[in-house]
Design a protein around this ligand. Structure first.
Ligand SMILES: Nc1ncnc2c1ncn2[C@@H]1O[C@H](COP(=O)(O)OP(=O)(O)OP(=O)(O)O)[C@@H](O)[C@H]1O
Length: 315
């Protein structure tokens, strides 16, 4: 099959409904000449597991760090649970469990247990037994010094720090990066338990959407500083389908589809379209052109994200 990259511009609806646990309003950030965030208006509904995808350098980390007020936007503003992330930064951060994308951990001379005791002092509802449960599940030695941790151990330690105070909002930057498969499953299991216990909201950036296939219910895709799409998962599944169809010798499919073709491929007489649009409308267009639709199937989360990331332009 030879995929054909479309050249048209696409307009995809968002359809997101509030209240939003995290929202940004035309957030813009420049690093010199580089436009890292271009008027980003993110909307993460309360209780959502929102997956933020995008190629390297798309602006995901800049967006997440702006929510922590670690990066100051040039324009626009952001809110977490209704708190302005700059003017009410300390209050907003108290609501957030944050796992950074980098493996650098603070206070490298401390032991894990010492650091967690220190952290607990900032949270009135700190539950030491829950923290013990987290460190045990992620196989962390409380006596280990932070500076001596491997990359994967540091990532596990960072995840414990993010979850330990049971925050209502989790912001996780590549949470499984550096984890071996067993620890990745353990980490995702803890995340799932956290969600069941707290009913909280998760915003996570990842290059591996398949890992959160079972958790994610909202998707946002960034490209070159722009949020080119954000949508509930069920909209993705009902609107973005792969159509497999064939027709008589020489059949090339409908000249025009009243929907947005994300990708096309041909194998012998079978043509495959990845299309965003109303299923019945697409099927009727294929049939009207003399084709027979053999199947119309939704894409898995990872497939959908990859297909949408590859399109030339989404607005
Ligand atoms: N501190 C900085 N100074 C200068 N440019 C920066 C800085 N931080 C980010 N950038 C630039 O901003 C853009 C967005 O970077 P960002 O790290 O947010 O992307 P990303 O989507 O998280 O990428 P990745 O998937 O590789 O982690 C890139 O062009 C990057 O080079």
């Amino acid at each position: 099959m030879t995929p054909i990259t479309p050249t048209a511009e696409y307009v995809l609806p968002t359809g997101l409904q509030g209240p939003f646990a995290v929202s940004t309003h035309a957030l813009t950030k420049r690093f010199g000449a580089a436009l890292a965030l271009d008027a980003v208006s993110l909307q993460v509904p309360e209780g959502a597991v929102y997956v933020l995808a995008g190629a390297n350098g798309a602006g995901k980390t800049t967006l997440l760090t702006a929510l922590l007020d670690l990066v100051r936007p040039d324009e626009g503003r952001a809110e977490v649970l209704g708190l302005d992330t700059h003017r009410q930064g300390a209050m907003a951060r108290a609501q957030i469990g944050y796992m950074p994308g980098s493996v650098t951990a603070a206070f490298p001379w401390l032991r894990i247990g010492q650091f967690l005791s220190l952290l607990g002092g900032y949270y009135p509802g700190w539950d030491a037994s829950y923290v013990g449960h987290l460190t045990e599940r992620l196989d962390l030695d409380l006596n280990a010094r932070i500076r001596g941790l491997s990359k994967g151990q540091t990532r596990r330690f960072q995840l414990v720090c993010a979850l330990s105070h049971r925050p209502p909002v989790l912001i996780l930057d590549e949470p499984t990066d550096g984890l071996d498969p067993e620890m990745r499953d353990e980490a995702l299991g803890l995340l799932s338990e956290h969600l069941a216990d707290t009913g909280g909201t998760v915003l996570l950036a990842t290059h591996h959407a398949y890992e959160v296939e079972g958790l994610a219910d909202h998707v946002g895709i960034m490209r070159a500083g722009r949020l080119i799409l954000q949508t509930p998962r069920e909209v993705l599944q009902s609107q973005l389908l792969i159509y497999r169809a064939d027709g008589p010798e020489g059949w090339a499919g409908p000249a025009h589809l009243d929907a947005q073709v994300i990708a096309r491929a041909r194998s012998g007489r079978e043509i495959q379209w990845t299309v965003w649009g109303d299923k019945r409308t697409v099927e009727q267009a294929i049939e009207a052109s003399g084709g027979v639709v053999r199947s119309a199937t939704p894409l898995g989360l990872d497939q959908a994200v990859t297909a949408l990331m590859r399109t030339k332009e989404l607005r």
